[in-house]
Design a protein around this ligand. Structure first.
Ligand SMILES: Nc1nc2c(c(=O)[nH]1)N[C@H]1C(S)=C(S)[C@@H](COP(=O)(O)OP(=O)(O)OC[C@H]3O[C@@H](n4cnc5c(=O)[nH]c(N)nc54)[C@H](O)[C@@H]3O)O[C@H]1N2
Ligand SMILES: Nc1nc2c(c(=O)[nH]1)N[C@H]1C(S)=C(S)[C@@H](COP(=O)(O)OP(=O)(O)OC[C@H]3O[C@@H](n4cnc5c(=O)[nH]c(N)nc54)[C@H](O)[C@@H]3O)O[C@H]1N2
Ligand code: SF4
Ligand SMILES: [Mo]
Length: 670
């Protein structure tokens, strides 16, 4: 028996991008563990990835191409060969392009794998076809937009500075579930004497580990911040010298915005009382090096970008940036470190195609003409479960005249609507290069095992499709390894030759931002731009959420669970069994007001849909808010509608992001 250990990388959409060790025996992955030598992972994996081998070798894995024989959504298919599958897809597309033009084809992909080659494998192909272009903005573009508005292109501080902070704030991030290594660092800082605050809309496991938790009304963090800044200014706690040297627009902000932000007024908006806002202001301003780790939860609102802008003012006006450990960390952006255009090949586009927001797939499939979307190609994403407005998405997927192809590891909610399903490899079965958005680490990995069944990687499928289209473009003849080498073999100030060589050898290495993130502000003015005249709203101020206008009394949070990652990992029964399916958490006050009892079936509804839940009355959720965790597959859901039947296709104020948390509902017993 041959037993080997191969280094690999976690492919999922998680800021930690862990290093893995894969124990392989007779061609199978026996066990996946955390790499003890990865500087951030240090041997610790999350609950989900601790059993990754059960995903890789799941009996649910798709192992052969399939053709639909039942009704759309029914899930009845028959096996076909790869040759047949590629032949049928290319024949259908050639025909559609001839009659309707390339834009009638819509690719839909997101973050099943974060590897630079496999994640972006379809761009060159769809650019060449002239397909509609997907605006990939479901996650947190409002966070980037808010940060950029004030900080421009300034790179993120190194998150390891958290260790030097005396006040760690996990803000709108459930790190105990979504970023366990940041959670470990926060707990370590706390043991070293730092205070640890959590600011969230309900009491998450992250809050349990904090010294203090502040529960806020959904989408109202800007009110808390403006109230704090009102106090900080009034009580002379600003860092006037830092402001004079580094900040643009403070005078305007202090004159036009702050006077209307007395804590008593802000308390009415955010639900945190005036005395507590005052205390938070003083403790923040007096901390030596307060460190804010900003999550994505609070950005998925109609005012999400503005919320991030407002929070970004805190370290700027108190001078927190001056000291090691002080500042706000939103996430690293290392796009310039690798020449992604060598994979995405924008130069293959004959003209700029129509842009379709991935947050508005329902509308794209059911409303848009000129041209109508006639074919949808989904890869490493599960829009029937994860996209907002599930009813509209499903209505679209049911269209008989829509030719749908889904490339997947499992028969997901989306795959069930496909005309043709293609089996995908898992990350252990293909090579790729990974970078992290929660640190500056980057790592390459090779395949640890052969493809399971007849599955193929994203890149392999696009090579076959290119051949099927009859193209002889040399780009599509390359292997994934060749594409990876082009990404590495590129001179950039982010990496020297030594780092690139270590990268080639599979070591986790750190990218180095080309400018000092804590001193050099890469904005047009060279200062931190609290006033930004290029914005429709030049100054940070209070903006309403979308849901406020919907006329339903409760705010719904479709939050993350530690036992899954968006709709991934539901294939593992062991992880499913550790969660309660479709539970709605509600305060006792709200339950009593509606005459509802713990454990009963309830219907949450709004103008978009209605969803069946089991009620759980809990002190973890404040009155006015209800919470459900996880994005369940419809096959496990009694009412067959997931939480996204209640979320809307509306977009954020900046970045055109999803507003998945900006939801109002009413709840009744059934
Ligand atoms: N286990 C697990 N890990 C994951 C994921 C998962 O689904 N499960 N998803 C992955 C992905 S794709 C992403 S983008 C990240 C996201 O990870 P995070 O950045 O943690 O974002 P969310 O989990 O969306 O929301 C974080 C918290 O914000 C809170 N929140 C919502 N609205 C507000 C608000 O208005 N104000 C404040 N202060 N808090 C608010 C929510 O209740 C939630 O507890 O996690 C990744 N990691
Ligand atoms: N209600 C609610 N909705 C949400 C969220 C939420 O917290 N609550 N989170 C939102 C966020 S932040 C995000 S980022 C999105 C994420 O949405 P998606 O990116 O769609 O993420 P997943 O649900 O993880 O689905 C990824 C799919 O890719 C498949 N896959 C994995 N690797 C490969 C591969 O190499 N090739 C191919 N072809 N397939 C592969 C997996 O089997 C899985 O079915 O969801 C959003 N939707
Ligand atoms: S999901 Fe995140 S925490 Fe879990 S193994 Fe992957 S990178 Fe690490
Ligand atoms: Mo995300």
């Amino acid at each position: 028996m041959s037993r080997t250990i191969t280094r690999s990388v976690c492919p999922y959409d998680c800021p930690d991008t862990c290093g893995l060790l894969v124990e392989v025996e007779n061609g199978s992955a026996l066990k996946v563990t955390g790499d003890p030598d990865h500087p951030m992972t240090r041997g610790l994996l999350c609950i989900k990835m601790n059993s990754y081998e059960r995903t890789v070798h799941s009996p649910r894995r798709l192992t052969t191409p399939l053709r639909r024989v039942g009704a759309k959504g029914e899930g009845r298919f028959e096996p076909i060969s790869w040759e047949d599958a590629i032949g049928q897809i290319c024949a259908a597309w050639k025909d559609l392009i001839r009659t309707h033009g390339g834009e009638c084809i819509l690719p839909y992909s997101y973050a099943g794998t974060m590897g630079l080659v496999q994640r972006n494998a379809g761009h060159a192909f769809f650019n060449k076809i002239g397909a509609s272009r997907l605006e990939r903005t479901i996650c947190s573009p409002a966070k980037d937009a808010g940060w950029k508005s004030i900080m421009g292109e300034t790179p993120a501080m190194n998150p390891s500075e958290m260790a030097q902070s005396d006040l760690v704030i996990l803000w709108g991030i459930n790190a105990a579930a979504t970023s366990i290594h940041a959670m470990r660092d926060a707990q370590k800082a706390r043991k070293g004497g730092a205070r640890f605050w959590a600011i969230d809309t309900y009491r998450t496991p992250t809050c349990d580990a904090a010294d203090e938790t502040f529960l806020i009304r959904p989408g109202s963090d800007a009110a808390l911040v403006l109230g704090m800044l009102n106090v900080i200014e009034r009580e002379g706690l600003l860092d006037r010298q830092f402001i004079a040297d580094n900040v643009l627009g403070f005078e305007e902000f202090a004159e036009r915005v702050l006077p209307e932000c007395a804590p008593s007024q802000m308390a009415e908006v955010c639900g945190i009382s005036a005395p507590i806002i005052e205390r938070m202001a003083r403790e923040f301003a007096r901390a030596r090096a307060p460190y804010i780790r900003l999550g994505s939860g609070l950005t998925r609102y109609g005012n999400g970008a503005m919320t991030v802008r407002t929070i970004t003012c805190l370290p700027a006006l108190t001078g927190a940036w001056k000291r090691p450990g002080g500042g706000v960390f939103c996430g690293t952006s290392t796009g310039a470190a690798f020449p992604l255009h060598s994979v995405t090949r924008e130069d293959f586009m004959a003209k700029t195609p129509r842009l379709v927001s991935m947050n508005q797939l329902g509308a794209a499939l059911t409303e848009i003409d000129d041209p109508r979307v006639k074919s949808l190609y989904v890869y490493h994403s599960n829009p029937a479960a994860i996209a907002p407005d599930q009813n509209a998405v499903i209505l679209g997927l049911e269209r008989e005249d829509l030719f749908t192809v889904v490339h997947e590891r499992f028969l997901t909610d989306t795959a069930r609507y496909a005309d043709i399903v293609l089996p995908a490899t898992s990350s252990l079965e293909h090579p790729d290069l990974y970078r992290s958005y929660g640190s500056y680490h980057t790592q390459l990995c090779t395949a640890a095992i052969a493809p399971v069944g007849n599955s193929k990687s994203n890149w392999e499928v696009f090579r076959l499709l290119a051949a099927g289209m009859g193209w002889n473009e040399p780009f599509f003849l390359q292997s994934a390894d060749e594409l990876i080498e082009q990404l590495i073999n590129f001179e950039t100030p982010w990496r020297d030759r030594d780092v690139s060589d270590r990268l080639r050898h599979g070591e986790p290495v750190m990218l180095i931002p080309p400018s000092d993130p804590k001193r050099i502000w890469l904005t047009p003015s060279g200062k931190i731009e609290i006033l930004n005249e290029r914005e429709a709203e030049p100054l940070p101020r209070l903006l309403p959420t979308h849901a406020i206008q919907d006329g339903f009394p409760l705010r719904l949070q479709p939050a993350a669970t530690p036992f899954a990652l968006n709709s991934s990992f539901y294939e593992q029964s062991g992880l499913r069994d550790r969660q309660d399916c479709m539970t709605l958490m509600m305060s006792k006050i709200d339950a009593e007001a509606r005459g509802l009892a713990d454990g009963q079936a309830v219907l949450a509804y709004n103008g978009l849909g209605e969803v069946l839940f089991t009620l759980r009355i809990t002190g973890r959720v404040p009155p006015g808010t209800v919470v459900t965790e996880g994005v369940w597959w419809r096959e496990f859901i009694p009412g067959r509608r997931g939480v996204n039947a209640l979320t809307s296709q509306r977009l954020t104020d900046g970045g055109r992001g999803s507003t998945l948390y900006d939801v109002a509902v009413e709840v009744k017993g059934v």
